[in-house]
Design a protein around this ligand. Structure first.
Ligand code: PMP
Length: 426
């Protein structure tokens, strides 16, 4: 039986927004891939903890001890959520961008990095800055099998030395799911390591680090139904332990001395979390991420995926009735996709469409290049006049509309969206 009720309550269900045509309408948030609304449960958990939070790690007071305990428990909850192996480390960061920059900062000298051009900029760009690193950017594949084969060939041809593959779990543009397990097997066959950008996968599907056999995984709290400001990098300890701290400062040090020659010398912490989490950590953020992890696990990813499948079916049926719509896809019909879909409408400017959906129908989607310029360029087939910044006005003639949803989305939002789009296009 089709059940219209979303599986988990989120904030903002009662928010109404003004329409240019007059009156108000309840807001349909269909931009979960950028930032999802927080779960009501996360908000309640944070509110219950808020009166008790205090400084962590070095505070002697009762609330400091409690906060330290909750912070470290949050780390353990995230490790459970990700199916980490016993030696894996969970490091709290600000976001996926921060996590991948952290990993780029700890690469062994001369690491060769392999990425596809289809990545989000956060997974495409940090590697260029790593000292002595060489980046190979592979062309967009047409099928998951081609992705695995292309990686296999590239790694086979690579000279000896440390290698890292960075791959997305689900595209933030097409929503298509990548063959992570097979890519990890290819990486390991050639002695390379692999980091999974799970920013879009983790909110929708069970990510199991051990089962996927990836070396690291990164995700963002604000896409996983927790508020902004906290992200995660989890995985193997060795590269993290061997490198200089990502940030230098308090907490990352064992001892600091002023030498007789007037220099300052620091001995760093060995534990990767302490070493790379200098400064006062975002305890509330970590607690919120852990609360979201628990809520998603308790709801069950099978149930969440079923809800999303129904929404995707509604979306596809609705779009199929508008022949001017072209859905952007790498892997073609039948590709496995999470609740993220981008499209263009023949004869229409994507930014104008997105603006009209908001102003006339109270629907929040996104337009632009989605911080994945090479991918969108590939999918649209051509060159923008000025790539500009993500979604900037200069891109008006070369961008797409993205609609995305998740655990808090009622069927009505998707129906309203396809109905509004059909009305606008007619
Ligand atoms: N990777 C992917 C696939 C993403 O969709 C995003 C966010 N759009 C990021 C990385 C970066 O996440 P954040 O902005 O939270 O750092």
């Amino acid at each position: 039986a089709i059940c219209d009720a979303p599986p988990l309550p989120v904030l903002g269900r009662d928010v109404t927004v003004p329409l240019v045509t007059g009156g108000e309408v309840s807001y349909a948030a269909l931009d979960y891939a950028a930032s999802a609304p927080a779960l009501q449960r996360v908000w309640d958990d944070v509110a219950a903890y808020a009166p008790y939070y205090g400084s962590v790690h070095r505070g002697a007071g009762y609330l400091s001890q409690l906060s330290t305990e909750l912070f470290e428990q949050s780390r353990a909850t995230v490790a459970d959520f990700l199916g980490c192996r016993p030696a894996d480390q969970v490091i709290f960061t600000r976001s996926t961008t921060d996590s991948l920059n952290l990993l780029a900062a700890v690469l062994p000298a001369g690491t060769q990095i392999f990425v596809f051009e289809t990545e989000h900029h956060a997974a495409l760009l940090p590697w260029q800055r790593a000292k002595g690193a060489r980046v190979t950017c592979l062309a967009a594949p047409r099928t998951p099998e081609q992705a695995v084969a292309a990686l296999d060939v590239a790694l086979h041809a690579a000279p000896k030395g440390p290698k890292l593959v960075c791959v997305t779990g689900a595209s933030n543009v097409t929503g298509e799911v990548w063959p992570v397990r097979r890519l990890a097997a290819a990486a390991h066959r050639h002695g390379a390591r692999i980091v999974l950008d799970a920013a879009q996968l983790a909110p929708h599907r069970k990510v199991d680090v051990a089962e996927l056999d990836v070396d690291w995984v990164a995700f963002s709290g604000h896409k996983l139904y927790a508020p902004f400001g906290a992200g995660v990098l989890a995985g193997r300890p060795d590269w993290l332990r061997d490198a200089e701290p990502y940030l230098a400062g308090g907490g990352a040090t064992r001892t600091v001395v002023r030498r007789a020659d007037g220099q300052v010398e620091a001995e760093w912490q060995e534990s990767p979390a302490a070493r790379h989490e200098a400064g006062s950590p975002n305890v509330i953020g970590a607690y919120a991420v852990a609360s979201a992890c628990k809520a998603l696990t308790e709801a069950g990813f099978d149930r969440l995926a079923e809800h999303e499948r129904q929404l995707l079916d509604l979306l596809r049926d609705g779009l199929a009735g508008i022949p001017e719509v072209r859905v952007l896809s790498l892997f073609g019909d039948g590709a496995d996709r999470v609740g993220v879909l981008s499209f263009v409408v023949q004869g229409w400017n994507s930014s104008h469409l997105a603006a009209a959906l908001s102003a006339e129908h109270g629907i929040g989607v996104r337009d632009g290049l989605f911080c994945a310029h090479p991918l969108v360029r590939h999918l649209l087939g051509g060159e923008p006049e000025d790539p500009g910044a993500c979604g900037s006005p200069e891109n008006l003639s070369f961008n797409a509309v993205r609609v995305s949803f998740g655990v808090g989305t009622p069927h009505e939002h998707v129906r309203r969206f396809t109905g509004a789009l059909a009305k606008l296009v007619r």
